[in-house]
Design a protein around this ligand. Structure first.
Ligand SMILES: Cc1cc2nc3c(=O)[nH]c(=O)nc-3n(C[C@H](O)[C@H](O)[C@H](O)COP(=O)(O)O)c2cc1C
Length: 220
């Protein structure tokens, strides 16, 4: 854990931003003592499917959620909330997933049931990202959902910046009303994903080198 899996170089541009962050009283509790190159982090974000202990401690979790709270947010509606699931609660989540599976698919095999029960054990910490969409004259529900997606991205990036690995997962248990109700979601809430976070096992997968020019064209 002491050795960063990605070398994040000290960046003069990041340091230039620091006074801006520090000027925000809401961020004064955060520790910006480890300078890093923001673009390097963005360009090297890499999902890590194989995770083990240790996961983030309280302090790291707070930093990760603080990053999520910086999601762009039209109207400052704060259209998101999060659940942290760790330790024994992951087994309870597995039980819930199995109950839901048996309802969706009564003929599910023993193998499928076992896999479903063990799914939440794939990382020491799971953050459930929930979009809270409210009626708003200026901010359509889709924008609030997008903001929650950005919050999930913030979680992935912050986890990696803190030298953890993370992966955004969904699947049937994201869209099952039985699971959503058991997790406490209201009618106006959407489960955006389960972010699994822990210490990565193995080496990171190679990153695809996408040709930028194929994804952006000048218009007009
Ligand atoms: C909304 C959303 C849901 C996803 N659900 C799953 C999933 O259930 N299982 C999975 O293996 N990957 C899922 N992924 C993909 C991974 O999070 C990840 O993006 C993918 O493995 C590619 O790796 P990369 O992010 O490093 O490019 C999902 C991604 C998004 C954005």
């Amino acid at each position: 854990m002491l050795e960063a899996r990605f070398l994040l170089s000290i960046s003069s541009s990041w340091c230039a931003f620091r006074p801006i962050f520090q000027a925000q009283p809401t961020h004064s509790r955060l520790d910006f003592a480890v300078p890093m190159d923001a673009l390097t982090l963005l360009n090297h974000r890499n999902s890590e499917p194989k995770l083990t202990k240790p996961g983030p401690d309280r302090e790291a979790l707070q930093k990760i959620v603080a990053a999520a709270l910086r999601a762009p947010d039209h109207g400052r509606l704060r259209p998101w909330r999060f659940l942290s699931i760790e330790g024994k609660a992951r087994y309870r989540l597995g039980d819930l997933f199995v109950e839901a599976l048996k309802q969706r698919k009564p003929e599910a095999s023993e193998e499928e049931i076992k896999k479903t029960a063990e799914a939440p054990l794939r990382a020491p910490l799971i953050i459930v990202v929930i979009a809270k969409q409210i009626e708003n004259a200026k901010v359509p529900a889709i924008e609030q959902l997008l903001s929650a997606g950005c919050a999930a991205h913030g979680i992935l990036l912050a986890a990696q910046a803190l030298d953890f690995g993370a992966i955004w997962r969904t699947g049937d248990n994201s869209y099952d009303p039985y699971v959503n109700t058991a997790l406490g979601l209201s009618e106006n809430e959407t489960l955006v994903g389960y972010i699994y976070i822990g210490t990565p096992i193995g080496v990171p997968k190679p990153l695809p080198m996408l040709p930028v020019e194929e994804f952006i064209k000048a218009w007009g």
